[in-house]
Design a protein around this ligand. Structure first.
Ligand code: HEC
Ligand code: HEC
Length: 286
C-alpha cells in the first residue's frame, strides 16, 4: 500500500513538472529568451536592428519567414532581406526554432511594445553601438582576456578557447580559427552590451553549444570584453607597427648581404693586367 502511494506521488510530481515545462510561453517570454540578446524595441540598434514598429513596416508573412530563416531568404535573394543583411555588417541572424504561432506571439508582443511608450524593460539603457558605454577596464583585464582568448589560460568551467573558432587582428594572436568571423570589429559594430549579451548567452548555435554546459564566469566575460574592446581600438596600430619592425630588420639584412657581395668581388678583383695573366700561364705550361 505504502509503495503504491509513493509510486503515485512520483507519477503525480512528474506530471506536474511536465505540465510546467510544457506551459505555453507568452510573447514576452519568447521575446526575452530568443530575441533580446540582439534586438531592442525602441532603445536603438544592438546587433540587429531596433524592432520598434517593424510590424507596421513589413508584412506578416515576410516577418515569419525572415525570423524562421533569414539565411534562406538572403540566399534566395529577397531584396529586402539582402538589404537588411548588408546594412547590419553582414551579421547573420541565426534561424529561430519557433513555429508560426510562436513567431506570431512574438510579433504581437513587439507590436504592443512599439505602440506603448512605457513598460520597456530596456528603457533608459543606452544600447546604441555608437555610444561607447562607461565600461571601465584595466590593462590587466585586457591581458587576462588575451590569455583566455588564446587558450594559454583555461576557462574556469572548461569551455573551448575562442581561438578555436575565431581570429582577431592582434600581434599576440598568430592564427585563429576560421569557423567563425574575425572579431576585430565586433566592438565597433555592437558595443559593450552587444558583446556581453553574446558571451553570457551566445545566440549563435555553434557557439552556444560550446558554452551551454561550460558557461563563462562574470570575470571572464569582463576580461574578454575588455580584450575585444581594446583590440578594436588598437587594431589600426597592430599591423603598421609590425611592418615597420620587419622593414628595418629586412633592410639591415639586405644591406649586410650587399656589403658581403661587394667585399667578395673586391677580394677576387684582378690585380695585374690581362696580358700579365696570359704570360704567367704560358710560363707555367712550358
Ligand atoms: C544573434 C543575434 C540575433 C538574434 C538572437 C535575433 N536576431 Fe533578428 N536580426 C539580427 C541581425 C544581425 C539582423 C540584421 C539582418 C540580418 O542579419 O539579416 C536581424 C534582423 C531582424 C529583422 C529584420 C528587421 C528589418 O528591418 O527588416 C527582424 C524582424 C528580426 N531580426 C526579428 C527577430 C526576432 C523576432 C528574434 C527572436 C525570435 C530575433 N530577431 C533574434 C540578429 C538577431
Ligand atoms: C565552437 C565555435 C565558437 C567558439 C569556441 C566561440 N565562438 Fe564566438 N561565434 C561563433 C559563431 C559561429 C558565431 C556567429 C557569427 C559567425 O558566423 O562568425 C560567433 C559570433 C561571435 C561574436 C559576434 C561577432 C560579430 O561581430 O558579429 C562574438 C563577439 C563572439 N562570437 C565572441 C566569442 C568569444 C569571446 C569566444 C571565447 C569565449 C567565442 N566567441 C567562442 C562560434 C564560436
Amino acid at each position: 500500500m505504502k509503495g503504491r502511494n509513493i509510486a503515485l506521488m512520483i507519477y503525480f510530481s512528474a506530471f506536474l513538472i511536465m505540465a510546467g515545462g510544457a506551459k505555453a510561453q507568452n510573447g514576452a517570454d519568447l521575446y526575452n529568451q530568443y530575441c533580446a540578446a540582439c534586438h531592442t524595441i525602441g532603445s536603438g540598434d544592438l546587433i540587429g536592428p531596433d524592432l520598434k514598429g517593424i510590424t507596421g513596416k513589413r508584412g506578416q508573412t515576410w516577418l515569419i519567414s525572415f525570423i524562421q530563416s533569414s539565411e534562406t531568404m538572403i540566399k534566395d535573394g529577397n531584396p529586402e532581406a539582402v538589404k537588411v543583411f548588408e546594412k547590419y555588417n553582414k551579421t547573420p541572424m541565426p534561424d529561430q526554432p519557433l513555429d508560426n504561432s510562436e513567431v506570431e506571439k512574438v510579433l504581437d508582443y513587439i507590436s504592443g511594445q512599439s505602440s506603448s511608450d512605457t513598460g520597456m524593460e530596456t528603457k533608459g539603457q543606452t544600447n546604441k553601438p555608437g555610444e561607447k558605454s562607461t565600461f571601465n577596464y584595466t590593462k590587466a583585464d585586457v591581458q587576462t582576456g588575451l590569455a583566455l582568448f588564446k587558450g594559454t589560460r583555461q576557462l574556469e568551467n572548461g569551455g573551448a578557447s575562442c581561438v578555436s573558432c575565431h581570429t582577431i587582428k592582434h600581434d599576440a594572436v598568430i592564427a585563429g580559427g576560421s569557423l567563425a568571423r574575425n572579431l576585430t570589429d565586433s566592438y565597433n559594430n555592437m558595443g559593450i552590451p552587444g558583446i556581453q549579451a553574446i558571451l553570457v548567452n551566445p545566440p549563435f548555435p555553434e557557439m552556444s553549444i560550446s558554452y551551454k554546459n561550460h558557461p563563462l564566469t562574470d570575470k571572464e566575460v569582463n576580461a574578454l570584453t575588455a580584450f575585444l574592446a581594446d583590440s578594436s581600438k588598437e587594431a589600426i596600430y597592430q599591423i603598421p607597427r609590425d611592418n615597420a619592425k620587419y622593414f628595418v630588420i629586412t633592410g639591415i639584412f639586405l644591406w649586410m648581404i650587399f656589403i658581403g657581395i661587394i667585399a667578395l668581388i673586391w677580394v677576387r678583383r684582378k690585380r695585374g693586367s690581362v696580358n700579365d695573366a696570359i704570360y704567367n700561364r704560358q710560363i707555367e705550361i712550358h
